[in-house]
Each structure stands twice: as structure tokens, then as C-alpha cells.
Design a protein around this ligand. Structure first.
Ligand code: ATP
Ligand code: MG
Length: 446
């Protein structure tokens, strides 16, 4: 199939309707950017963006239910249940005081000018009908590819190339450097040498980007099926030096491969965005530094907490692995630690698997993994809430005032049940508790 035929076949009905409405009103009508790129690359696009010379005012007259975001000059047309298609007037961005946002937008009469302001050739391909095309022409059936920067060739050859002079493009907008790494990850591209040289030169500008945008791009990179090479590239082109100096200082060649292996597509825990993020930041040894970096990237509190838990659990698994190596294989104990660390005993299996995938586990990991999996299958108790008795019953049976000893005794019982020293039955556990207190004494428990 030719690229044009592929795009024709993929255009959703509501998008085709919008293109026809534009055409019928006498305007040029194109689909452009990510969707065209994705279809030509054989993927399913996440969103379809349209472009035309019609101004936002003209678009709002044509589509009365449209919403308008003045800052971006983009009109959103609702076309169905929670579907909004964005139509953008052909435009040029001019000036860029802070390297982040255009100071001024100029509307343009033709698609070619609009494609020239886009970041990479693979993102600068359009499909549709030009302004002034015959009114009888159909924008889908008669539409054609517009690809003035050779984006289709670059996509076919696996090349990421800046549109225009790369020496200017990253100064205009430093975010493009992170987008470059993300597209390399997503489409397994090689960066064209001139573009790579410009990124390396301008990488320090990335330190001025908002943390939120950096965080979002990093997550986008980690979400790709094969981020290893892209992460190495971010290190080689000094992007990490700009956005995560602590990581850059500890960078080594195996990190990208390790991150990619965690949550790999063939693994049961895939996708594993948190596992990948924590693997990426693992070279930073201080938990507080990792938390501060993620906070600066405006990641949600829950994400930061989860990554701290993964780091803590990873240390516990490392200890359990070396114990296993010395003959003390103890899956049930690791499940208990996992439950105490993350709230879920099954995270023991997940973390051993992450370490095995990353190639950081020792020879005993396989045995530890199957011991933990067995515990999961048998639903072995791992927290006090799994026990057939509660603290109140222990207090009543033992006739003692409540105190810290209750929690200590419950922990003791969890350990005993998990190791099958006693069955998880209320009567048995109460009798067992009396024996513990009698032999070990209340004080040693508390
Ligand atoms: P995704 O699949 O992640 O949405 P995308 O290429 O569609 O990728 P968007 O952020 O949705 O990315 O942007 C849509 C289009 O707008 C891009 O394809 C590109 O042509 C253009 N674009 C987006 N961001 C920039 C930028 N920072 N500089 C220049 N052009 C950009
Ligand atoms: Mg998009």
C-alpha cells in the first residue's frame, strides 16, 4: 500500500466528515503530524489532528459547538462521545524568548509553511486537499500526501531529522530534544548526524524546561517497547547531564538495557512504568535525591511513594538473595517484608523478577522466586490481617492490658503461620500464643 492509500484507509469517519465540511466551505483540509506518521509506520494513531487555512473565527462559525483555546490557536470540535478533534490554523511560530513557548503566532495561507515549523521530518507530513482545490474533490478519496521535508523517506530509513536548520530548532524550543529521544525510543530511530550534533550542543538548554514537561517526556520514553538505545542516546548527547545531573554522574552503559528489560513485553508484569522509572534512577544511591528529582518533575505523590517502596523492597530482595546463596532460602519471610513495604506480598515476586530481568539478581534468585510464587499460590499469610485471630482476641485470651506486645505477638504469629509452624486457625493460634508467652515471656515479645 502507498502511504497515501494507508492514510486514506485509516482516517476515521468523523475525521473524514470534518475534512469534507472544511472542503465544502471552500477551505484546504488536511490531517497532519503524529497520526499521519503513525499510520505510515504501521501503527494505530492516538489522536488525529487537522490543519487548514481557515482562521479560528471561521472555524467557530463553521462548527458552532467548537471550543477554542486562544493560547494555542487550536479549535476543538466534539464529534462524538468524549471525542474532540483538534483543528489548527496553518501557522508559523516566531520568536522564542525563553526557548519554551512561541512569543507570537502568525497564520499562514498554505500547509507548506505550517509543516516548516514542525519539529522533525517524520512529524511534518500532511495528507489532504490544498486550499483552492476543486469543490467537487473529496479530501479523502482525492487527498494527497504533502511531504516537503522527506519525512516518509526518513521514516522508512529509520532516521530522525530536524526540519530545517537543526542549529536553530532546539534553541527555539528545547523540548524538541526530549521529544527526539522519545521518538527514537518509540520508532527505534537513528538520529541524523547534524540533528544529533545540534542536540549535543544545545542540551544544556533542556535544564530550563519545566519539570512537569521533562517528567512527562521521560515517562513517554520509558513507555516505549525498546527504550534502551534512546536512554543511552540521552546520556551520550548530554541530555541527562542537563535534566538529571545525579543520574548522568553515575551513568553506565548497561542502564538502558536494564531499564528496557524491566517490564519487557514478554514478562508477566508488563507494562511496568514504575519498575522502569525506579530502574532508571537506581544509580542515584540516595532515596532523598530520587524523591527530590521526581518532585522536581512534578510526578504524583503516589508515584514517588511507590518508587521509594520499590527501592526499599529491592534492598530487601538483595539481602534475601544473598541469604539464599548461603543456604537460608526463605520465600515466606520475603513475602512478609514485601507486604510490610508495599502492602502487597505479591510484590516480592515482582521485585525478584525485575532484578532477574535487569540482570542484577544472583544465582539463588530462581529458587527464591519459586518459593515466593508458591507462597502467593497458597495465599500464605504475610500480614496480621491475614491471621484467623485479631489483637482483641489475644488481649482477651491472655488477660493482659493492651500494649506494644500485641503487635509484636501478631508479627510472631504471621511468621509462624507463614513458615507452617502452626495452622492459621483461631483456636490453634490462641493456644500457640499462650505457649509463646510462656516460653519467651511477654517482655521478649514486646
Ligand atoms: P504523540 O503520538 O506523542 O501525540 P505527536 O507527534 O502527535 O506525538 P503532539 O505533541 O501530539 O505529538 O504534536 C502534534 C504535532 O505537532 C507533531 O507531530 C509535530 O508536528 C507538532 N509539534 C508538537 N510539538 C512540537 C514542538 N515542540 N515543536 C515543533 N513541532 C511540534
Ligand atoms: Mg499527537
Amino acid at each position: 500500500m502507498t502511504p497515501a492509500a494507508a492514510v486514506r484507509a485509516a482516517i476515521p469517519r468523523d475525521v473524514a466528515d470534518l475534512l469534507r465540511a472544511l472542503r465544502t466551505a471552500g477551505f484546504g483540509a488536511y490531517v497532519v503530524g503524529g497520526a499521519v506518521r503513525d499510520v505510515i509506520a504501521g501503527r494505530v494513531p492516538a489522536d488525529w489532528d487537522l490543519a487548514t487555512e481557515a482562521t479560528p473565527d471561521q472555524l467557530r462559525a463553521l462548527f458552532p459547538n467548537a471550543t477554542y483555546e486562544n493560547r494555542f490557536g487550536t479549535v476543538g470540535v466534539p464529534t462524538g462521545d468524549s471525542v474532540v478533534r483538534e483543528i489548527t490554523t496553518f501557522r508559523a511560530d516566531s520568536g522564542s524568548g525563553d526557548g519554551r513557548r512561541p512569543d507570537e503566532v502568525t497564520f499562514l495561507p498554505r500547509i507548506e509553511g505550517d509543516l516548516a515549523r514542525r519539529d522533525f521530518t517524520i512529524n511534518a507530513i500532511a495528507f489532504g486537499l490544498a486550499p483552492g482545490a476543486s469543490r467537487r474533490a473529496d479530501p479523502v478519496a482525492d487527498g494527497a500526501i504533502v511531504d516537503p521535508h522527506g519525512g516518509i523517506d526518513d521514516l522508512t530509513n529509520g532516521l530522525l531529522r530536524a526540519v530545517g536548520d537543526p542549529a536553530e530548532r532546539f534553541i527555539e524550543d528545547a523540548l524538541r530534544m526530549l521529544r527526539a529521544i522519545r521518538f527514537v525510543a518509540r520508532f527505534s530511530l537513528t538520529v541524523e548526524p547534524g540533528t544529533a550534533a545540534a542536540i549535543k550542543r544545545d542540551a544544556p538548554l533542556a535544564s530550563r524546561l519545566s519539570g512537569e514537561r521533562i517528567g512527562a517526556e521521560i515517562e513517554g520514553i520509558l513507555a516505549a517497547a525498546h527504550p534502551a538505545r534512546a536512554l543511552q542516546l540521552a546520556a551520550d548527547l548530554d541530555i541527562f547531564a542537563a535534566i538529571a545531573p545525579a543520574l548522568a554522574a553515575e551513568w553506565s552503559a548497561e542502564i538502558g538495557t536494564r531499564v528496557e528489560a524491566v517490564g519487557g513485553t514478554s514478562l508477566p508484569d508488563a507494562p511496568d512504568p514504575l519498575g522502569r522509572m525506579s530502574e532508571l534512577l537506581l544509580p542515584i544511591s540516595d532515596d532523598a535525591d530520587v524523591a527530590a528529582l521526581l518532585e522536581s518533575w512534578r510526578r504524583p505523590r503516589a508515584t514517588i511513594a511507590a518508587i521509594q517502596q520499590i527501592r526499599a523492597l529491592d534492598r530487601a530482595v538483595a539481602v534475601a538473595e544473598s541469604e539464599a546463596e548461603r543456604g537460608n532460602l526463605d520465600g515466606p519471610a520475603l513475602r512478609i517484608v514485601a507486604a510490610a513495604t508495599t502492602g502487597d506480598p505479591r510484590d516480592a515476586v515482582r521485585q525478584v523478577r525485575r532484578r532477574v530481568a535487569a540482570g542484577r539478581a544472583n544465582r539463588s534468585a530462581a529458587a527464591l522466586l519459586s518459593a515466593c510464587m508458591q507462597g502467593d499460590e497458597q495465599q500464605l499469610p504475610a500480614t496480621a490481617s491475614d491471621l484467623a485471630v485479631g489483637g482483641d482476641q489475644l488481649v482477651a485470651r491472655l488477660g493482659r492490658a493492651p500494649g506494644p506486645w500485641v503487635a509484636a505477638l501478631l508479627a510472631h504469629l504471621v511468621d509462624d503461620v507463614a513458615h507452617r509452624r502452626v495452622t492459621n486457625d483461631a483456636g490453634e493460634l490462641l493456644a500457640w500464643s499462650e505457649r509463646i508467652i510462656a516460653t519467651e515471656g511477654r517482655d521478649s515479645i514486646a
